[in-house]
Design a protein around this ligand. Sequence first.
Ligand SMILES: [Fe+2]
Ligand SMILES: [Fe+2]
Ligand SMILES: [Fe+2]
Ligand SMILES: [Fe+2]
Length: 404
Amino acid sequence: MKIGINTLLFSISQALDCVENALLGVATNHSRRVACVSMRICRRMGLSEADVFDMGTCAVLHDNALTEYMQAVGPERCRRLENLDIHCAAGERNARDFPFQGRADGVVLHHHENWDGSGVHKLRGEAIPLRAAALRLADNVDARFSLGTADPALPENVLAHVRRERERIYAPETADVFLELFGEDMLQDLSDERIDASLTEVMPPLEGELSMPQLLRICRIFSGIIDAKSPFTKNHSQGIAEKTGYMASFYGMDAERRDMLGVAAHLHDLGKLSIPADILEKPGSLSEEEFLVMRGHASMSWEILSGVAGMEDIALWAAGHHEKLDGTGYPFGRRAEELPFESRLLACVDIYQALTEERPYRAGMEHRRAMYILEGMAAHGKIDGDIVRKMGPALEHFSPEKCS
Ligand SMILES: [Fe+2]
Ligand SMILES: [Fe+2]
Ligand SMILES: [Fe+2]
Ligand SMILES: [Fe+2]
């Protein structure tokens, strides 16, 4: 299976932009705009194309730990951006597994440093890594001014801000290069309509391919981000990946199919990153309208994953985890004969995981009770009875302990 790093990065940026938008109210496409601006700065400063590429990667990933940070400090302190050191450290740790072209240590870790030493880790002046300084500028300017919006006062406000904060927040050389590059052309390239094309143009065409272990490592980072979106699902995707792994062994799948299934399991709820927390975390039943929004996560998973060349099958398996054999599921309402085995397997394991995992308002169900419910659903023609029968013995060892 061949997956291009660039295409995966672009899809990841789409998912991360949903989180930033939902949690902090930052304008859409934030990480993509930050990537475009910071890469342009670095290229103008004479960095190699490999370093520019890694700048783009770090920029796309710079706020990857936002959901983890919110769980650690709570939504209020998250909105006030307190204890950003947690966000920086977790972001750097997660990004470390990404296949960079060269070394990119400290770029994500230090994206909240100020030139005068008043930032998160009190790094000052030249001690701040150059690309972290470029990221600081692109990130802060976009977070404050939403560079994609068509506001006639924007250029003047941005220029005045960067000149004023040169040598306080921003590294002087980085600020000077930005001031040189900034103008109508750049703003047009950063608009919501142009941003995808701009990112493709600015990103060096280093279309390297990911190996399966690399892809799985990236997927683990993402299932962590998805699961941290809500305390209700703190181990959901990772638990499903673990259990589909057992099922794959039980069925004697070859290594490649098992790994592909693992990727689908880790990413099946990727679209949940775009669902508002109050719907995701509502303890009672959802209204019809809320349910419609919630259902949207499966089509969003499809939208994001199907855009990655080489992941067509995985996208289909992952997005189909709420389909039912009688056609009453979503997002496509497909019937048994149209559903790949992997989708049906994910659907069963997803229900099992949801029943057995602990929620803030209830304990997780034990294996046998969960299996009883799955058997009932199979008897009503909703899920695959053969898979359910095999799940009994394959996942039995999760009993009597409750699955977290
Ligand atoms: Fe940040
Ligand atoms: Fe940001
Ligand atoms: Fe789901
Ligand atoms: Fe799920």
